[in-house]
Design a protein around this ligand. Structure first.
Ligand code: ZN
Length: 447
């Protein structure tokens, strides 16, 4: 006989988390929630929106914030003036605000110069941007490097504007300040790092690139406090100028970095696309090519257009920087429009992107190729304290792993290959390799 469970005052407190809530947490809810918190922030390549974004990320991982002054020469570029928007709007002849950044950040062209003027319908129209093919969406436009102003609006609204005078106001500051970026370094025992980079400059666009920001942040959180052989260097930078500035500021450290992953547009429901680095044969290039070979996901060759992989791959640095996306930029209608909103991204897709990145980075940790420095016959391990047989006890796993590693460390086989050949687990192999390396019997080669 079924009896209802007795009610008590403790019921509320002891109630387990509902199944759907648990599921949400497991399936990217935290990443999606981060995107939701960051979505309303008015970001650009500089300014308080970038700072607010990075400060929100500091609630999750201990990012260091760096400020680089306006005017600083960074290779062939200069750090621009800092832009901060209070509000921007268009008023009709009756003083009614018909376009207002209070309703959507995308309404103003990013980096519009401060102004307050009255103009005709025809004059205003020269500064308007809309999408006739998607008449209800607002496009995303910028004017970082040429002083100008403009507004973006739904095409259906634009064509309905009567022929009258309009007041246009951009209440912003464009003055000496700084470019802000965030960085987190998780060092590895090898002294070599993988760079993980994501752009933080877009306002109120979810897939491009709150998705990349969320995945990179939780990727950093995942690897914090873990022992790494290849260190991870996370950078959260404004697109193009931020990556260039970071490279200029960190030029001396860049020799530690051979491989990089740019993460962007990883929240939509499309298949994955990995764009290879310029060299095309870097560590991550090989890992993603291998992982995607038997799936519907695709690998593309490098092209000099796209995200910040262009800067990292430039011949003067030649980092093997690939880019992980889902549907590639420009290949979905919502790209750079108001339709790239929180409905366009998906918690499950974010979680899947995070898991893929975790697996690829873990795999990279085992892609070390060692060279046996004593390759003629087996080295005498006992003399080096690496082989301690006790009576008839079987050889320990670590000792067996040492033999596998010495035997296959011919410069051709990676630690991952040896794992597959030996059936031994990665942790045991890593421990064995560390012992052999410390004894001078192995020399590591990364990538
Ligand atoms: Zn973009």
């Amino acid at each position: 006989m079924w009896l209802p469970a007795p009610r008590s005052n403790f019921e509320v407190n002891t109630k387990p988390m509902p199944a759907d809530k648990l599921k949400e947490q497991r399936e990217g809810g935290a990443l999606y929630a981060l995107c939701s918190r960051l979505y309303p922030v008015c970001r650009s390549i500089t300014g308080d929106g970038v700072r607010a974004t990075l400060k929100e990320l500091q609630q999750i991982v201990p990012l260091c914030l760096h400020e680089v002054r306006s005017g600083r020469q960074v290779f062939d570029w200069k750090v621009p003036l800092e832009w901060n928007l209070r509000e921007a709007f268009i008023e009709d002849a009756r003083g009614k605000r018909i376009v207002d950044t209070a309703n959507h950040n995308l309404h103003v062209v990013s980096y519009s110069v401060p102004m307050d003027l009255v103009c005709s319908r025809a004059e205003l129209d020269k500064h308007l941007h809309s999408l006739p093919e998607h008449p209800t969406w607002i496009p995303y436009r910028t004017t970082y490097y040429s002083p100008d102003w403009g507004f973006c609006l739904a095409h259906e609204q634009r064509v309905s504007l009567p022929d009258e005078s309009y007041r246009v106001v951009v209440d912003a500051t464009l003055q000496e300040g700084a470019l802000t970026y965030g960085e987190l370094h998780l060092p590895g025992s090898s002294g070599r790092d993988i760079l993980i980079s994501t752009h933080i400059c877009h306002p109120s666009l979810a897939n491009d690139n709150l998705s990349g920001i969320a995945v990179a942040t939780y990727l950093a959180k995942h690897f914090m406090n873990q022992r790494l052989r290849l260190g991870l260097r996370f950078v959260f930078v404004p697109g193009t100028i931020g990556a260039i500035t970071w490279l200029a500021e960190n030029e001396r450290d860049v020799s530690q970095i051979r491989d990089a992953l740019v993460v962007s547009g990883v929240g939509d429901k499309g298949r994955f696309t990995y764009k290879k680095s310029r060299r095309g044969n870097g560590l991550l290039d090989r890992i993603f090519a291998r992982r995607f070979a038997t799936t519907d996901n695709s690998v593309r060759l490098f092209s000099p257009y796209g995200y910040d992989e262009r800067q990292y791959c430039s011949p003067g640095f030649d980092i093997a920087a690939g880019c992980l996306m889902r549907t590639p930029y420009g290949e979905y209608d919502e790209y750079h429009t108001s339709a790239d909103n929180l409905d366009f991204i998906d918690a499950g897709a974010l979680q899947q992107s995070l898991e893929l990145c975790i697996e690829a980075i873990e795999e990279a940790q085992h892609e070390i190729r060692y060279v046996n420095t004593n390759p003629k016959c087996e080295p005498q391990l006992g003399r080096r304290g690496l082989y301690e047989p006790i009576g008839d006890e079987p050889m320990s796993c670590v000792q067996l792993a040492q033999l596998w590693i010495l035997c296959y460390s011919d410069g051709e086989h990676s630690l991952a290959d040896i794992r597959d050949l030996s059936g031994l687990d990665s942790t045991t192999l890593a421990r064995a390799a560390e012992r052999l390396e410390a004894a001078g019997l192995l020399k590591a080669e990364y990538g």
